[in-house]
Design a protein around this ligand. Structure first.
Ligand code: GLP
Length: 238
């Protein structure tokens, strides 16, 4: 595992951006895995400010809420459109997001897995980490061999994500998420975290026991992981 600790979220974003750019330089038609939430925003800021050519890059989002109307600005499809596709200059529609409008969500989850396979898998997966150790929307207890599926969000996650909604009740209770097993198949994982509120969970994930109680501890099982932290998020590491 490669660990980079930078002074600020902005510097961490720039360091993570260098990892993404290296991947795209080596393979201009790379398949990238995109995270949403606030953790990757400094990375997307840094990439948007670079002159890298992302026009041949395609990708897959980690997860999507179930129950928001199509085009809702809080949906991850909208967030990916705004923060990734447009700002980085990817082709419109180049980033797949789980289809939650399909009548059969289990079939939609299977289709998503197949689409990832058909694209040849993910070259570089960008990841954030939830306060309870969730990866994508894999909440504590999710098996390490789990695949894309419907999941129920914990109250803790709904409360954490309430900041993007007008009231906590508006946060959906269901989602479609890639599984831990799906994520672990990406060839290179890039975890980004910043802020003192992530220090404990980052230490548990990287240096604690490998257990589904902390889904992000599954990173310890992967052969190629880059972790980029700001000083505050690294505060709990031994
Ligand atoms: C969100 C997303 C995850 C994200 C995590 C942390 O709910 N589903 O993909 O990594 O929770 O979010 P944040 O980066 O905003 O702290």
């Amino acid at each position: 595992m490669e660990l980079l600790i930078l002074k600020s979220p902005e510097e961490a974003g720039a360091a993570a951006a260098a990892v993404v750019r290296e991947c795209v330089r080596a393979r201009p038609d790379a398949v990238l895995g995109f995270a949403t939430g606030s953790s990757p925003l400094p990375l997307y800021d840094a990439l948007a400010g670079s002159d890298e050519d992302f026009s041949r890059v395609t990708g897959f989002a980690l997860d999507e809420y179930v129950g928001l109307p199509p085009g809702d600005p809080r949906s991850y499809a909208s967030v990916i459109d705004d923060e990734v596709t447009r700002r980085l200059g990817l082709q419109s529609g180049a980033v797949h997001v789980p289809d939650v409008s399909a009548p059969d969500l289990d079939a939609s989850a299977k289709d998503y897995e197949q689409a990832i396979q058909a694209a040849g898998g993910v070259d570089l997966q960008i990841l954030g980490i939830g306060h309870n150790g969730h990866l994508a929307f894999n909440e504590p207890g999710a098996p390490f061999d789990s695949r894309t599926r419907v999941e129920t969000l914990t109250e803790r996650t709904r409360t954490a994500n309430a900041r993007f909604f007008d009231s906590p009740e508006e946060v959906p209770t269901l989602c479609l998420t890639q599984g831990i097993g799906t994520i672990l198949e990406a060839r290179h994982l890039l975890l980004i975290a910043h802020g003192a509120d992530k220090a404990d969970i980052v230490a548990r994930a990287l240096q604690g026991p490998v257990t589904p109680d902390c889904p992000a501890s599954a990173l310890q099982l992967h052969g190629r992981v880059t972790v980029v932290l700001d000083k505050a998020a690294a505060g709990g590491l031994k």
